[in-house]
Design a protein around this ligand. Structure first.
Ligand SMILES: [Zn+2]
Length: 190
């Protein structure tokens, strides 16, 4: 992986054969992954993979912001997602980041069960519809929804194929409420 690239949580940046896991990363089965949204750099002196926060001056969420959020849990009538980045703001978020996406706010069409649309660890692009007393999210517009998802079986990235997402590693096919640019978004324009 090239350096100075913007990465998302869970994204592979290196391997434990090449480097040690440094700040902003974690190691899992010999793979070093980003733990935060940030810029991937190599600490050559200590041979460490490091993900630096985009900047240290934090930003407060506001209504109407378009954000990236990582799905934590999918319940019967809502999705809980952690807001990890505000699009267009190269800054960390301060304060509460625990967002709720109600089943009725997922899509313009009727959704009965959120688990047919989203899965834990998915990265979604969402609109903030409320900040207080709790952060509420919506993904009804076509540029909103999942921008990155991992295979439920083997955790490899899923690729868009027709109406479905497919795993190149194990062949598993999965459905998601994807954003229109799934797989082609540019993280360096975050
Ligand atoms: Zn798979």
């Amino acid at each position: 992986m090239t350096e100075d690239k913007i990465v998302l949580p869970g994204e592979q940046v290196s391997t434990s054969e090449e480097l040690l896991p440094g700040d902003g990363t974690f190691e899992e089965d010999g793979i070093i992954r980003a733990a935060i949204v940030g810029k991937y750099v190599v600490d050559e002196k200590h041979r460490k993979a490091v993900v630096e926060p985009l900047t240290s001056v934090p930003v407060l969420l506001k209504k109407g912001d378009i954000v990236l959020a990582q799905v934590g849990s999918v319940r019967s009538n809502m999705v809980i997602a952690d807001v990890i980045h505000v699009i267009g703001k190269k800054r960390a978020i301060s304060g509460d980041t625990n967002g709720t996406l109600r089943v009725s706010e997922i899509s313009n069409g009727y959704v009965k069960d959120p688990s047919t649309e989203y899965s834990a660890s998915d990265i979604i692009r969402a609109k903030v519809t409320q900040v207080k007393p709790s952060i509420q999210l919506a993904t009804k517009d076509k540029d909103l929804g999942v921008i990155k998802a991992l295979c439920r079986k083997c955790r490899h990235p899923l690729y868009s194929k027709g109406d479905m997402l497919e795993c190149n590693n194990c062949g598993n096919k999965e459905r998601r409420r994807t954003a229109i640019d799934y797989g082609t978004y540019d993280l360096n324009k975050l």
